[in-house]
Write a protein that binds this ligand. Structure first.
Ligand code: DC
Length: 665
């Protein structure tokens, strides 16, 4: 699916789920463990690290400070810490816009001492760090403001540490200040060191993550409420050897739910987060179990199967899992009675008023919903209704409502603005398609057949993009087959038919974005020449070549849908397609289009010759014995001689829309 904005996405109802989904690593955990690994002796292998701008600047900084950094693969990094040796005595660190790098590095380098300069992008120089700098100065660190006081960039010198008095730090601006101190102080805890929080501490779950990770690296901080933290004398970081970075536990909830709703055979396995997770939302698993899910979990994985069915209705105080509780509201659609989610007033002040949004959208599906000031009561639909779900620019609304496609009534779901998932999980829908199951005949297909240069490729690709579906250019497969045969030196005739067909069956082809690879070689341009088209027309007249390519073409029919263009998409390859379009244009118009195309690529061509070629190909394509070019009986004819591409796209989408059951948003 194209990453560009998508107006809506139609999900056909799935009828199963199974397989493995790997979730991306959590940013806060990734940058914390990178620094902790750097502060240890020896090598720490970090698995499933998030690959993002913020983790990249941290890795660069650690290298500059003298750590060994080796990428074992895309998500595994081995960090060899500087430990007792200490960091390089001097370094200039550019930290982009990564608060999770700037704050902890400032604290760690300030207590260790040296000659360091820390800066970032202009926006980073507007993000406060003054409260942390004040706390560090009170401790005897030398920190110079290089720009506006209280903001980066900073220069760090050598400290004269005074650890006898408690160190005050504000907790109501950013919990990262406290996190930074807690990570730095074990480096110098020759005696008990006490940190005292001034003001109400915000984001406590993040401090819990910090304390947890410190413990994994051998440092046990004592905590009195959320006010006083003591780092015991003699604390020392020791590498755990290997550490798995957890994936986002709230993101995992959608796949836990999918397993509970639809994994009747193989489980849905979630890689990246597991039992004993240090994220609060992992307690969603208890709620899913209470509803009947069969959950097995290990340190870094969760496996979920459907257990009780229908699910058991639930009455739960959800204050401890505010984000993941949204997933429960959608699971409640599949319960044996009325479910009540309590103590969720915080939903009202999130990305949108989630209580109101959830109630409105659940009702569209046919559920009976009571929306309280701080609770939600959901009774499953008596009859499921096809609905257009608004997502309110809220990633969690989009992810939650994709689960409405697990209904057994076979009712599809339309999700508006599905790309809003990018806030936390850009690849969400692709991950969903990989584990949701639907037999190929139920996956929707739109066919666009027509003669050469009718514009069907452009039209089909645009329709696919608008629907967020896969796209098959079947002509490319004949062009590839012909090219491969020509390269073997085989004449494209009946005498070589079986050899060519045998090869076509095993065509080593890969489609990558807009490139076509044949045995790894980019042949996108080579298959687009006039000669390649003529050769394709020749091999496509050989019956065994046609049958050899059937399975490959049909394998493109995958969730969430396919737009396929060619000559026989509607007649032979997808005879059960939900919509078939036969596109034509006059030979004169088509010759002109092709002429323009070639001239714009700098390829010399004349109109009369092109027209003669087109007519010859039309004649061969429509007179061959097997799968001749002709409209399917149930195809809608579209003559686009006088239409713009936009007009044609709009027409096909309107035809598609007329066959859909969705109402207005
Ligand atoms: O659409 P195109 O010009 O790329 O197709 C190249 C040739 O392949 C065309 O002349 C006919 C043949 N073809 C076919 O026979 N059946 C298809 N489904 C697609 C293409």
């Amino acid at each position: 699916m194209d990453a560009a904005a998508l107006h809506h996405l139609d999900l056909p109802a799935f009828d199963g789920a199974g397989g493995t989904v790997t979730l991306p690593g959590s940013k806060s955990i990734s940058n914390r463990v990178l620094l902790l690994a750097a502060l240890c002796e020896g090598t720490t292998v970090l698995h499933d690290l998030l690959d993002s701008d913020d983790t990249r600047v941290m890795l660069d900084a650690l290298r500059a400070l003298g750590c060994g950094v080796r990428h074992a693969d895309a998500t595994t990094v081995e960090v060899t810490g500087f430990g007792a040796r200490g960091p390089a005595p001097q370094a200039r660190l550019f930290l982009g816009n990564a608060g999770t790098a700037m704050r902890p590095l400032t604290a760690a380098l300030a207590v260790l001492g040296g000659d360091f300069e820390l800066s970032g992008v202009p926006r980073m120089h507007e993000r406060p760090i003054g409260d942390l700098v004040d706390a560090l100065r009170a401790l005897g660190c030398t920190i110079e403001d290089l720009g506006t006081p209280g903001y980066p960039p900073l220069r760090i010198g050598r400290p004269q540490l005074r650890l006898d008095a408690p160190i005050p730090v504000r907790g109501d601006v950013s919990s990262q200040f406290l996190t930074a101190l807690l990570m730095a102080l074990p480096l110098v805890a020759t005696r008990d060191v006490v940190v005292e929080v001034v003001g109400e501490l915000i984001s406590k779950p993040y401090i819990e993550i910090t304390l947890n990770l410190l413990a994994r690296f051998g440092v046990q901080v004592r905590r009195d409420g959320w006010q006083r933290f003591t780092i015991p004398a003699g604390s020392r970081y020791t590498s755990p050897g290997t550490l798995h970075v957890e994936a986002d536990a709230s993101s995992a909830s959608y796949f836990v739910a999918l397993g509970a709703l639809a994994a009747t055979d193989a489980p849905v396995r979630i890689q990246g987060v597991g039992e004993g997770s240090i994220q609060g939302d992992i307690r969603f698993l208890e709620a899913a179990r209470a509803m009947g899910a069969q959950v097995a979990a290990g340190p870094n994985w969760i496996e979920v199967r459907r257990g009780a069915w229908p699910l058991r209705a639930l009455d739960l105080d959800c204050n401890h899992i505010p984000d993941a509780a949204m997933t429960l509201a959608v699971m409640a659609l599949y319960a044996d009675g009325t479910s009540t989610l309590r103590n969720i007033a915080s939903w009202r002040v999130k990305e949108t008023d989630r209580l109101a949004a959830m109630a409105t959208e659940l009702r569209k599906l046919g559920a009976t919903v009571v929306e309280g000031a701080d609770f939600l009561q959901v009774t499953p639909p008596v009859q499921w209704q096809a609905a257009t779900i608004a997502t309110y620019d809220d990633h969690r609304m989009a992810m939650c409502f994709s689960l409405a496609a697990c209904n057994h009534a076979g009712v599809p779901v339309r999700i508006l603005d599905p790309r809003c998932v990018a806030k936390t999980f850009p690849g969400y829908f692709e991950a969903l398609y990989a584990v949701a199951r639907l037999p190929a005949p139920h996956v929707p297909v739109v066919c666009v057949d027509g003669p050469t240069a009718s514009g069907k490729g452009t039209l089909a690709a645009r329709v696919a993009q608008q629907l967020g579906w896969h796209y098959l250019d079947s002509g490319a497969l004949y062009r590839l087959t012909a090219l491969a045969a020509v390269r073997q030196g085989w004449p494209l005739d009946a005498a070589h038919e079986h050899r060519i067909a045998h090869m076509a069956e095993r065509l080593p082809v890969r489609f990558e974005a807009d490139r076509v690879l044949l045995a790894g070689e980019d042949v996108s341009d080579a298959i687009r020449t006039e000669e390649a088209g003529m050769n394709a027309s020749r091999v496509s007249a050989l019956p065994s070549v046609r049958s050899a390519l059937v399975a490959l073409q049909q394998s493109f029919r995958r969730l969430p849908g396919l737009v396929a263009d060619g000559r026989d998409m509607g007649t032979v390859i997808f005879p059960d397609a939900q919509l078939k379009v036969f596109l034509t244009a006059s030979a004169a118009t088509r010759a002109e289009r092709r002429h323009k195309q070639l001239i714009s690529k700098g390829i010399p061509a004349t109109l009369p010759a092109l027209r003669a070629d087109l007519e010859a190909r039309d004649a061969r394509d429509s007179q061959r014995a097997v799968a001749p070019l002709k409209p399917a009986q149930d195809a809608l004819l579209l003559d686009n001689s006088a239409l713009s591409v936009d007009d044609s796209v709009a027409q096909v989408l309107a035809w598609w829309e007329a066959r859909q059951p969705f109402g207005a948003a």
